[in-house]
Ligand binder design. Structure first.
Ligand SMILES: Nc1ncnc2c1ncn2[C@@H]1O[C@H](COP(=O)(O)OP(=O)(O)OP(=O)(O)O)[C@@H](O)[C@H]1O
Length: 824
């Protein structure tokens, strides 16, 4: 029989789980169950009331003890005093004090509050004078609360109260009416006080109830804080990684900078040395050149002066010699020609003199010419001198140039010295730097050691985290059920009345207003159904939000557990959207696994991931990753290894998932291949179950640990009933097979929840449960999403689905076992 249908037929009235909603008021229940304080209160209250009745009863049961006449006045006076004191209203006290005293001392003590001193001061019950008379009864009543601590004491008190009452019979006739009224007031006051205390106590109980609710909320907040801390830790690890990379970069950068600095220093010293050498050479060359020029010029000048002077002297000597020779010859001629010839000679002398004068003139002229020549030579000399002066000026210029060069040289020397100092400084700075570098290196080494330690600690913490994480998962339950209600599309109208009562707090409840029914009296009745699950997602929820809830299970698969996540619901309720859409659970789960596997690499873990996509259609397996033409031809076989508790697929493509983008390819191939048949309920309805199987094998090279987990993401076929989909022919067969396999899934979960270890679980009854044999049950974690359509037209299916999910939710599956092995 159809499991879902059966559920609907048998549990339509009783199944909704109102207990999942907030209880109307638990205070009365708690009051009833709260043992001592309230019990005492009631007991005391009853005792008080019985104590009230007692004197009245005894009033008419007079035993007739003779009344001592000589004490009457004294007793009446005493009674009057007591009455006045007892009848006084109880002192007003703060509520808190009253509650405290009520709790601390019990109700009995609160009655003493009326006049505790007086009560203690009452005469002993054995004293005749203190036990008789109207005033004497009150102390005995006041003393009764003390007897509430023990039966014996109370009965004693009661007994003591009887005797004075009997003795009072005669005296009663003499008492006036007022005395009775006063006592009545006194008892009324007491009753009022008791009721007040009771009310306060009740309020406190209600306060405690509220506090309990607050504690629960705090626990939940702490749980979410644990999750937040997990995320934070993951973030911090990423930051740590980044910092390590930065440290490496800085280190290499520092090495480069140091090398560059050394190179620059070397180059600089070479350049400085070269420059110094060049300048020295230049200065020496300039000096040498200058000296050479000066010497040459001096020599030239001296030579030319000497030459001019010699020429001039030689010429003058020559002219003087020629003149003196001519004069001597003339004298000789004159002496030789004699006297006779004196006239002639005189004439001749005259003539000679004339000649001589002309010659003298000529000589003078020659002398003048010579003078002019001398003047010319002197001019030349002046020129030479001026040239010499110029040379001297040149020399001075050269000397000033030399001075300048020397100054320059000195400047260069100073610069050189400064440069040397700078080099020295740089060298010393370099020393400081290399010291700093050494420090840095040492600190870096320390940091590396610390990082190594931290890594080791991290690895240990990872193992611990896995353990604790699993404990948290186990505490949450190995089978979890979540509900998701999809939004209405623009084209859809007439939404059903689906509400989320605790949407602002827990988001665990969903309430559906059922269809109208006729009652036995013929009235229209609408029943409200309320369901509670581990989490309920409303129409505004996004896939990201849904994934947050399942991400912990995905982590469990990486940690070596078998995980099964189902999407159950009628056609068009949003299963495929949740599971296989672009941002659905499959792409998100694989992306998380990649990221996590990479993160775990630094802790020594290496993961291999193999993905398969299987379709269960008409109770046969199809490979959704194979060729589309092989879809109904190639027979996929499922094999189990009971020893290893592993499932193997024969004739099915298994893709090595070496990057998150691979998943898109897989989903594309699968959606192409997936059998999509048109039904009257939904043109895009999928009439088969699809199972995305991700095998995760991890090895820790450092610790030698090994883990093998499987993540199964199952998009179930539409769960609608046969009549609704109006199926016929091939579609009828499809629908029957779908109903059968869904019913078997329910049976398996039911059997897992109810049976003891080793009992038969009907995995073989359907291909779906057979395929998921090792991912359902004690060794696995299961999550079922019940998908709900928001339309009134689908209301009956919605209620059926929610009932099925509630049944699964009420199942408790045994503790999951991690498939971790130690090193082979
Ligand atoms: N949470 C959602 N938000 C927005 N649109 C949604 C949501 N859930 C479902 N839908 C849309 O509703 C339509 C039906 O959803 P979907 O195909 O996922 O249903 P299904 O249950 O997988 O149906 P079938 O059984 O035929 O595979 C799709 O157009 C889908 O995009």
């Amino acid at each position: 029989m159809d499991y879902a249908k059966a559920e609907l037929a048998t549990e339509n009235e009783g199944f909704p789980k109102p207990s999942g909603l907030k209880p109307p008021s638990q205070v009365p229940k708690l009051l009833a169950s709260q043992g001592r304080p309230l019990g005492e209160l009631q007991e005391s209250s009853m005792n008080s009331r019985s104590a009230l009745a007692q004197p009245t009863a005894t009033k008419h049961k007079v035993s007739g003890l003779p009344e001592p006449a000589f004490k009457r006045k004294t007793l009446a006076e005493k009674a009057g005093e007591v009455d006045r004191k007892v009848a006084a209203p109880p002192p007003a006290r703060p509520v808190a004090n009253s509650i405290k005293s009520t709790i601390a001392r019990g109700f009995a003590a609160s009655t003493l509050r009326v006049n505790p001193n007086k009560a203690l001061k009452q005469p002993s019950a054995t004293s005749y004078g203190g036990s008789i008379g109207p005033g004497a009864r009150i102390p005995s009543v006041n003393a009764r609360p003390r007897s509430a601590y023990g039966q014996h004491a109370r009965s004693k008190s009661h007994h003591q109260g009887m005797r004075p009452a009997t003795a009072m019979l005669k005296q009663r006739d003499e008492d006036d009416e007022d005395d009775g009224l006063e006592r009545k007031d006194f008892y009324d006051d007491r009753i009022e006080a008791m009721e007040r205390d009771f009310r306060m106590f009740k309020e406190k109980m209600e306060g405690d109830m509220q506090q309990t609710t607050d504690y629960k909320e705090t626990i939940q907040q702490l749980q979410s804080k644990v999750t937040e801390l997990e995320v934070l830790r993951a973030r911090l690890e990423t930051v740590n990684k980044g910092l390590e990379a930065e440290l490496k970069d800085t280190q290499s950068c520092f090495t480069t900078v140091k090398m560059e600095l050394e190179m620059t220093q070397r180059n600089h010293s070479f350049e400085t040395e070269d420059m110094r050498r060049r300048l020295r050479n230049e200065i020496e060359d300039t000096k040498f050149e200058h000296e050479k020029v000066t010497k040459r010029m001096m020599k030239d000048k001296e030579d030319s002066e000497e030459k001019i002077r010699k020429d001039f002297e030689a010429r003058i000597d020559k002219l003087l010699k020629a003149h003196s020779e001519e004069l001597a010859e003339l004298q000789k001629k004159i002496d030789a020609d004699g006297e006779v010839d004196r006239a002639r000679r005189a004439q001749e002398a005259q003539k000679v003199e004339t000649e001589y004068a002309s010659k003298l003139r000529l000589a003078a002229m020659e002398a003048d010419a010579k003078q002019r020549e001398i003047q010319l030579v002197q001019g030349e000399l002046i020129n030479t001198r001026s040239e010499l002066d110029r040379e001297r000026t040149l020399r001075t210029g050269l000397q000033s140039q030399l001075t300048e060069a020397t100054t320059h040289n000195l400047t260069l020397d100073a610069a050189n010295t400064a440069m040397k100092e700078k080099i020295h400084f740089l060298e010393s700075d370099s020393q400081a730097q290399s010291q700093a570098f050494n420090d840095l290196h040492r600190r870096m080494q320390d940091a590396i050691d610390a990082a190594e330690l931290a890594h080791e600690k991290l690895r240990q913490e990872e193992t611990l985290r896995r353990k604790l994480f699993n404990q948290v998962q186990e505490l949450k339950g190995n089978i979890r059920v979540m509900c998701r209600v999809r939004p209405t599309h623009a084209t859809e109208s007439d939404p059903a009345s689906i509400t989320f009562p605790d949407n602002d707090t827990d988001s665990k409840e969903v309430a559906v207003l059922g269809p109208n029914k006729q009652s036995a009296t013929g009235k229209d009745v609408t029943s409200a159904y309320a369901y509670s699950f581990d989490r309920v997602f409303g129409p505004s929820s996004q896939n990201g939000e849904v994934f947050e809830e399942i991400s912990q299970l995905v982590q469990s698969a990486l940690d070596g557990y078998n995980v099964c996540i189902f999407c159950y619901g009628q056609t068009g309720s949003g299963k495929t959207h949740t599971m296989s859409s672009v941002d659905g659970m499959i792409p998100r789960a694989t992306a998380q696994i990649y990221a996590e596997a990479q993160r775990l690499e630094e802790k020594g873990w290496r993961y291999t991931m193999q993905g398969s996509f299987i379709e269960v259609y008409n109770e046969t397996y199809n490979d959704l990753l194979g060729r589309s033409e092989d879809l109904d031809k190639k027979k996929v076989e499922v094999r189990h290894d009971p020893a290893k508790k592993q499932t193997y697929l024969e004739n099915a493509v298994s893709v090595a998932l070496d990057g998150p983008e691979r998943v898109d390819e897989i989903l594309e191939t699968a959606s192409k291949n997936r059998t999509v048949a048109a039904t009257k309920a939904n043109m895009r309805s999928s009439r088969s179950h699809s199972v995305f199987i991700l095998k995760l094998v991890g090895r820790n090279e450092i610790t030698g640990e090994k883990s093998e987990g499987t993540l199964n993401l199952v998009d179930l076929a539409g769960s609608e009933r046969l009549e609704h989909s109006k199926a016929e022919g091939a579609r009828l067969k499809e629908t029957q097979n779908i109903n059968k396999s869904l019913s078997c899934l329910g049976d398996v979960i039911n059997a897992l929840g109810s049976s003891k270890e080793g009992a038969h679980i009907p995995y073989r009854n359907s291909k779906l449960t057979y395929l998921l044999q090792y991912s359902l049950g004690g060794n696995s974690k299961t999550l079922m999403f019940v998908m709900v359509s928001p339309l009134q037209a689908h209301l009956q299916e919605t209620i059926t689905s929610l009932k099925f999910a509630t049944k699964v939710h009420n199942t408790h599956i045994g503790t999951a076992r991690k498939q971790t092995k130690t090193k082979d």
